[in-house]
Ligand binder design. Sequence first.
Ligand SMILES: Nc1ncnc2c1ncn2[C@@H]1O[C@H](COP(=O)(O)OP(=O)(O)OP(=O)(O)O)[C@@H](O)[C@H]1O
Ligand SMILES: [Mg+2]
Length: 236
Amino acid sequence: MAMLEVSNLKVNYGMIQAIKGISFKVEEGEIIALIGANGAGKTTTLHTVSGLLKAREGSILFNGKELTKTQPHKIVEMGMAHVPEGRRIFQQLTVYENLILGAYTRSDKKEIAENLEMIYKRFPRLEERKKQIAGTLSGGEQQMLAMGRALMSNPKIVLMDEPSMGLSPLLVSEIFDIIQSINKSGTTVLLVEQNAKKALSIANRAYVLETGKIVLEGDAKELMNNDQIKKAYLGE
Ligand SMILES: Nc1ncnc2c1ncn2[C@@H]1O[C@H](COP(=O)(O)OP(=O)(O)OP(=O)(O)O)[C@@H](O)[C@H]1O
Ligand SMILES: [Mg+2]
């Protein structure tokens, strides 16, 4: 059984069908990339998986449990975290306060403190800036904070929506290295990216979304050599 199994998912905004019956799965330990142009439905898909949007039809099984009728905070408790598009950190709060809020579904103080130490080890810049107001962090630091906050729920899987958006090439590489190391330490990753090249370079497998449909799927390395992908998404 796959860790996450999405079948025939359909999502509407009013009369408009944004997701038109997609199916994909994520096995434990994988990095799966979901790539596609602006408006393809990537964010809608992640929002529906993490319970922030309601599916019109279809099923989302997470370790065998149906998520389509589960509240978002329950989904977090079940072991799924979401790093949203645009980071959405609490601008007025400190780095530390943002991180602690990421553990809102947990109650064991000792475990939370250990988790915080682990995050500070992974993101030394967040530790240096723990008292800084989050809104004054640089774009890259805000992305690290958004990731750190998601990891404070100690997730089995983390959904990331365009983590490289708006970052300089050097920072993009740093963020992708961090995603790989989060994965190596045992967290499964579902990664949405417009930077297809980078995403495919770290993913095991990938799905290509076009106007609400999956048009291509396969091994990430193979997709990188696919002429259609090269032309449409890799600028080659
Ligand atoms: N709240 C909304 N109300 C109506 N339509 C919406 C809403 N949110 C998204 N859409 C539409 O649904 C489609 C999919 O949008 P979505 O944000 O999922 O795309 P995306 O692949 O994440 O794009 P991007 O790469 O620009 O982030 C688009 O046509 C968009 O205009
Ligand atoms: Mg999006």
